[in-house]
Write a protein that binds this ligand. Structure first.
Ligand code: AVI
Length: 320
């Protein structure tokens, strides 16, 4: 009988002191901007799951369909016994088709939200009882040493970076991140990555400002979490949410806009927002397949296989 595995987590989450330092640095920037990983505490991860269900936000559904359709052909290129490393696993709902198509895989889910990861990992483990799995709670955008057993270290690595989360990095950071992944995945490693493509402005702006208000709640949760986790003094309702397509940069910019003059206090430091001043919560860059392939090439990756959806809005790339 196959062994039944259990899902456990190694917790490498930044400490509150680290988080406070990152927040203060971001609040002093112009425009003020906080890193996207701060959006994902337990509450933020649940709100993001709701965004993914909204009719305007098609990204997750499109990607899942592509994965289900092409998992076998992607995985035919991946050796037996590979270790799948998923960056930003979230609810870990996308890796299923890969675990099904691969022969004798092991799986590591990295995510910044420990509780969300624990619950997602437990559900996935129940579905794939014989696949050895491990969760790591960490900010994967920083350089990372993986705490791997000797047996897992010997497996060839397949990186899995779905959801177009690469788009939440600035292009220079995205290139540096892809280079770091090359190191981490090793000389025979591969990377399966999902990339959202530019589309008409109205469609994109609606996707990031859904009628039900989950995108706005997701952004506002950033300030609520500063209150909860870092005892910041701030009025989250003193800000309105805005998402706009900036065609020159090929990105959606998401921001909280201060409704009036107001103060935010953290660790004895005060930040004054002027009326109309913005706090960027996130950018979401979009890449055509060609633009992405050239970014990947500049980081040392070669394209092995690519599939787009029928509407040509999203692409999955296998890089080696
Ligand atoms: C996770 N990431 C790829 C999402 C995106 O589309 O940029 C985050 C998001 N923020 C608001 N809506 C979606």
């Amino acid at each position: 009988m196959a062994e039944i595995e259990t899902f456990s987590i190694i917790d490498l989450h930044p400490t509150p002191a680290d988080m406070a330092a990152v927040v203060l640095r971001g609040l002093k920037q112009r425009p003020r901007q906080l890193p996207a990983w701060l959006l994902y505490d337990q509450q933020g991860s649940l709100l993001f799951d709701e965004i993914c269900k909204q009719p305007e936000y098609t990204l997750k559904r499109t990607e899942l369909e592509l994965l289900q359709k092409h998992a076998n052909s992607f995985c035919a290129q991946i050796p037996t016994n590979s270790l799948v490393l998923e960056f930003g696993a979230g609810s870990a709902e996308k890796v299923g088709p890969l675990l099904q198509a691969l022969s004798n895989p092991a799986y590591i889910a990295l995510d910044i939200s420990a509780r969300h990861l624990q619950e997602a990992g437990k559900r996935l483990q129940a579905k794939f009882a014989s696949v050895p799995m491990q969760g790591i709670c960490a900010d994967y955008s920083r350089a990372l040493e993986l705490p791997l057993s000797a047996e897992w270290s010997q497996r060839l690595r397949l990186g899995f970076f779905p959801g177009s989360s690469l788009g939440n990095f600035e292009p220079a950071e995205a290139s540096a991140f892809l280079m770091r992944l090359k190191q981490l995945l090793g000389p025979n490693g591969a990377l399966l990555i999902g990339i959202d493509q530019p589309r008409p402005q109205a469609q994109l702006e609606a996707a990031y400002n859904d009628a039900a208000g989950f995108s706005a709640a997701f952004a506002r949760n950033l300030l609520l979490r500063l209150q909860r986790d870092l005892n910041a003094e701030v009025d989250p309702w003193g800000f309105s949410y805005k998402a706009e397509w900036q065609s020159e940069q090929q990105r959606i910019a998401m921001a909280l806009v201060s409704n009036g003059e107001q103060r935010l206090q953290l660790l004895g430091q005060e930040v004054i927002f002027k009326p109309g001043e913005i706090l960027i919560t996130e950018y979401s860059y979009k890449y055509s397949p060609k633009a992405f392939q050239s970014l990947a090439a500049s980081a040392g990756w070669r394209s092995r296989q690519r599939h787009c959806d029928a509407a040509d809005s999203y692409s999955l790339h296998l890089l080696v």
